[in-house]
Design a protein around this ligand. Structure first.
Ligand code: SF4
Length: 308
């Protein structure tokens, strides 16, 4: 039996569900029950009847699934699948920052640890960040953490002043504006689509800005165009399946790498073999201390309620 067949057999035997993020490798996406963005994955994790959740993504995503499902087993193929953005917001420093801004509502992007979520009023994803910010009364000041680029963008489109935590994603900050504009000139008529974790100079030249799910939906709605795609390159697998005849070009990174695109090293530590191993061995398991879990659950549930 192939590795893929063994994964599908074990999944059935253990009543497991495999949830995968768009940034996972194509072979992992192809064995998943659901492939999506952070919002879709949280919604799927909240409604699953499976006994075991195999989370093919990074640590904060598996942790969110565990917060929503304390009685289910949640496993992650590799515990080293972290996130530079989540790491840019250490809980001790964020506690001090919060104390420096009393009376502020705290909205945190889902890319943060359980400890940070436990200090938040509402969690958001890039799909619903604008809606979540607009759900807070205009006179109430807001702290937005940890992604400053998403925060700047939401502040611009909502017209709200947001107090921003100075965090960022190394992958989305790696795009080269010079190479991007050169690529655009070499592909006349192409459209640039970008994730809002990208820096402002990238977003300023984008024809469409949205979450990974939003970008896929946009391309599906306009399949006759050609696109330069500014987000982690793993999205191209699903996007190309949706629009097989559309030219999709990954936006170039500053670094000279083999694929000339941006890949998240954290997402890519997961492999099909590790996915099989974690399903077989039921390890590594994700655990969240109960006091933190209960506090972190409240802002996640507020987000899910506001996203209905
Ligand atoms: S792409 Fe960026 S935000 Fe997403 S998991 Fe990787 S480091 Fe974190």
């Amino acid at each position: 039996m192939s590795l893929k067949e063994n994964i599908l057999r074990l999944k059935k035997e253990k009543n497991a569900v495999i949830l995968a993020h768009y940034y996972q490798t194509p072979e992992i996406q192809d064995v998943a029950d659901y492939v999506g963005d952070s919002l879709g994955l949280s919604q799927k994790a909240a409604e699953t009847n499976a006994d075991m959740i195999v989370f093919a993504g990074v640590h904060f995503m598996a942790e969110t699934a565990k917060i929503l499902n304390p009685n289910k087993m949640v496993v992650l193929p590799d515990l080293n699948a972290g996130c530079s953005l989540a790491d840019s917001c250490p809980p001790d420093a964020f506690k001090v920052f919060k104390e420096q801004h009393p009376n502020h509502k705290v909205i945190t992007y889902i890319n943060c640890s359980a400890e940070i979520k436990a200090m938040s009023d509402i969690v958001c994803t890039s799909s619903n960040a604008l809606k979540i910010v607009e759900s807070v009364p205009k006179e109430t000041p807001i702290i937005f953490a940890p992604d400053k680029n998403l925060g700047h963008y939401i502040s611009k489109v909502s017209g709200r002043d947001l107090v921003l935590w100075n965090g960022a994603c190394i992958v989305h900050e790696a795009f080269s504006i010079d190479k991007l504009l050169k690529l655009f000139q070499e592909n006349p008529g192409s459209k640039i689509i970008a994730h809002p974790e990208s820096e402002a100079h990238i977003l300023d030249v984008a024809n469409y800005i949205g979450s990974t799910a939003g970008m896929i939906n946009y391309v599906k709605a306009h399949p006759k165009e050609k696109y330069i795609v500014a987000t982690e390159a793993g999205i191209l697998h699903k996007m190309q399946q949706e629009v097989p005849n559309t030219l999709l070009i990954p936006a170039p990174a500053q670094e000279n790498n083999t694929c000339a695109c941006s890949e998240c090293a954290f997402m890519k530590v997961n492999t099909l073999q590790k996915l099989y191993d974690c399903l077989l061995n039921e390890s590594p398991k994700i655990e969240v201390p109960e006091t933190i879990r209960k506090q972190a659950l409240i802002p996640i549930e507020r987000m899910l309620e506001l996203s209905k």
